[in-house]
Design a protein around this ligand. Structure first.
Ligand SMILES: [Zn+2]
Length: 400
């Protein structure tokens, strides 16, 4: 039997980051090493394209919170603990709390935009270097910044909600309007917070003064908030036609007079279309991520400590296939020494790169350098184009 692949947070201390090659300590040194990495032919008969794996650090410059702080070893907000899948499904109160906090965070999340790091990935694709992106981020910034480069959202996406019973998806925006209708007092609080700028990511001091905490994945914490008063809707499809349960019996979906899910129900629960902690990644997504690794000759890891096993195992898969790996991340990366253990001393970056720098300054500078006519000849664009098309089809087929 296949083992399910679960999203589980990694709580061990991360190793100290290395610098490889040692010249990659400075910005010009890091750019030179990454140029070597992207231009050198991959070993054996591996494809010439590069697949990118990204994480939360890439969205920090867009104003979104990371799970870890700058040194990668502690949580930015120490009291924050993300909700677990089994807890969400089992507990009505936990869902009230989740949706109340998500209701408050959605406006800020929706306003946030991709940043220079995402657009640099787009440009690497246009230059023919990057054929696909696998991201652990649920903010959909990659597909927004570069719709032409296929993106696999390994941990799902916040832009939709999904019914835990019938798996129907609904836009998050539609749910937001429903939550506002079912919770007028909360909506008034939200409108006031927006009007006074209390939720603006630009002013963390104001937020602190008001006791509001922004956590990853659009979670907003307000001290002493009466979460138990919050109401959320049932899946409209399951409400109209109750789904069968696992044991074959007909499910019950009941709502109050306004349409809020009632605890006498045992189905029709909406959840964000993200893979929650403790939840398994769908087999189609898992397979598509493996295919994306297998279809490339290099792996470029950006702004992630690979603290989730689902991400780490993809890098391990790349390593086992003999793919050169480059990692750009501030702070240590889970098991990173494994990825660089067999590099020849003095290799200039063609076999592997490890840089401790922020992606939003390094990547645009790298793109600028790659655009300059220089020592390297750019690979012919028709060839790069056909690789992109083929892999795009693979991603689409896998996700259908
Ligand atoms: Zn449903």
């Amino acid at each position: 039997m296949k083992k399910p692949l679960m999203r589980i947070p990694y709580t061990e201390l991360l190793p100290s980051p290395a610098t490889i090659p040692h010249t990659a300590r400075s910005l010009p040194g890091a750019i030179a090493a990454l140029q070597e990495f992207l231009h050198a032919p991959p070993p054996r008969d591996l494809p010439t394209s590069t697949v990118v794996l990204t994480g939360a650090g890439l969205s920090v410059a867009s104003g979104l919170a990371d799970y870890r702080g700058a040194n990668g070893t502690y949580r930015v907000n120490k009291t924050y603990r993300p909700i677990y899948y089994h807890e969400f499904l089992a507990n009505h109160e936990a869902r009230k709390r989740y949706w109340a906090r998500s209701f408050l965070g959605w406006t800020t999340l929706r306003k946030a935009q991709p940043n220079a790091g995402h657009y640099a990935v787009r440009d690497l694709g246009r230059l023919g270097f990057v054929s696909g992106v696998i991201t652990q981020n649920v903010d959909s910034f990659h597909p927004r910044a570069h719709p032409e480069i296929p993106t696999l959202e390994l941990h799902g996406y916040l832009r939709s909600t999904v019914c835990a019973s019938c798996r129907s998806e609904f836009p998050r925006e539609v749910l937001q309007a429903e939550l506002a209708r079912l919770n007028p007092l909360w909506d008034a609080f939200l409108q006031e917070a927006i009007a006074t700028g209390a939720l603006d990511t630009e002013d963390p001091r104001e937020k602190r003064a008001r006791g509001i905490k922004m956590n990853p994945d659009g979670d907003v914490e307000v001290p002493d908030a009466p979460y138990t008063t919050f109401r959320y809707p049932a899946c409209p499809k399951c409400l109209a036609s109750p789904p069968p349960l696992a044991d074959g019996a007909r499910g019950t979906v009941e709502v109050d007079g306004d349409g809020a899910w009632h605890p006498t129900s045992n189905a029709g629960i909406l959840k964000p279309a993200v893979v929650m902690f403790g939840e398994s990644i769908a087999n189609g997504v898992k397979k598509a991520a493996e295919d994306a690794i297998d279809g490339a000759g290099r792996l470029l890891v950006l702004a992630t400590s690979m603290a989730t096993y689902s991400a780490w195992r993809l890098a391990k898969r790349a390593k086992d296939r003999g793919m050169p790996i480059a990692i750009v991340n501030i702070g240590g990366v889970r098991g990173e020494e494994v990825f660089f253990v067999d590099l020849e001393p003095g290799q200039p970056g063609s076999q592997g790169v490890r840089v401790e720098m922020s992606t939003d300054s390094l990547l645009p500078a790298l793109v600028e350098e790659l655009r300059r006519p220089g020592l390297w000849t750019l690979r012919s664009s028709p060839e790069a184009g056909s690789i992109q098309e083929n892999e795009g089809a693979v991603f689409k087929n896998m996700l259908q």
